[in-house]
Design a protein around this ligand. Structure first.
Ligand code: SAM
Length: 251
């Protein structure tokens, strides 16, 4: 017999003192936030944010007023100590980034490690994550994938990394800035010209678009119409059939 669903009026358990909550926030569409994320943001003592002005706007949108402290790439180590002091006082600390899941190509990992090492409770409040959204709409295999995040900026290091990834099984998932997307397609056209590439652009936003093809085809498209916005780049794995070229489909 299945358990009865909790009555709508059932009391929700209060947040646990001395806990670090990793709260996922929208990657574009403000509706993409969970009920639990909103409750944690409402009931925590402080929100540690990658960009306090950005997160203040998000909180304001949901009518939440809360003290904010900054926690970004270059102060994360120092800020971890301040967060630990708050946890020691029994505070409930919510960590958010500008978009998506904390710790995924974003601040979070260091604070989590420090909090865990000091014996504090860490809870995920899961929600949006660009890599998962992109992978699921890509049409590429999702059973095995490798998250690369951002490639290094320097040409030699990028090339080396891409070549090393050539033998990695499963779909590759990369984050890339709009300023380097064309460069990445050029590099893919050289390193793996036969692979199927999917560009998941502006996910959850008004101009959401999913483009697919060989790197050279996408490059040609980008030359005709510049690629703007935020992108996740997915590359089919070595076992995936080669992407059919347009000539293959000519009768
Ligand atoms: N923590 C975030 C997450 O959980 O996805 C990722 C943060 S990372 C600094 C930002 C990168 O994520 C962007 O450069 C882009 O590659 C990807 N991204 C974020 N939002 C996106 C969106 N709406 N559409 C496509 N890609 C997005």
């Amino acid at each position: 017999m299945s358990e009865a669903a909790p009555a709508p009026t059932a009391e929700l358990p209060p947040l646990t003192p001395g806990t670090l909550y990793l709260v996922a926030t929208p990657i574009g569409n403000l509706e993409d936030i969970t009920l639990r994320a909103l409750r944690v943001l409402r009931e925590c003592d402080v929100v540690a944010a990658e960009d306090t002005r950005h997160s203040a706007r998000l909180l304001q949108h949901y009518g939440i007023r809360k003290p904010l402290i900054s926690c970004f790439k270059f102060n994360e180590a120092r800020r971890s100590e301040a967060i630990l002091e708050r946890l020691a006082r029994g505070e409930k600390v919510a960590l958010v980034t500008d978009a998506g899941s904390p710790g995924i190509s974003d601040p979070g990992e260091r604070v989590v490690r420090a909090a865990r090492a000091a014996g504090y409770r860490v809870e995920a409040v899961p929600g949006p994550c660009a890599l998962v959204a992109a992978l699921t709409v890509s049409g590429l295999p999702t059973d095995e994938f490798h998250f690369v995040g951002f490639l290094p900026h320097k040409s030699g290091a990028r090339r080396k990394r891409l070549e090393a990834l050539g033998g990695v099984p499963g779909t590759l998932v990369l984050y890339e800035s709009p300023f380097r997307i064309q460069r990445l397609l050029e590099e893919l056209a050289e390193v793996c010209p036969e692979r199927e590439v999917v560009l998941a652009r502006e996910l959850t936003k008004k101009f959401e678009e999913v483009l697919r093809g060989r790197p050279a085809e996408l490059l040609e498209r980008a030359r005709q119409r510049p690629l703007k916005g935020e992108f996740v780049v997915l590359v089919s794995g070595p076992a995936h059939p080669a992407c059919p070229s347009p000539e293959d489909s000519v009768a």
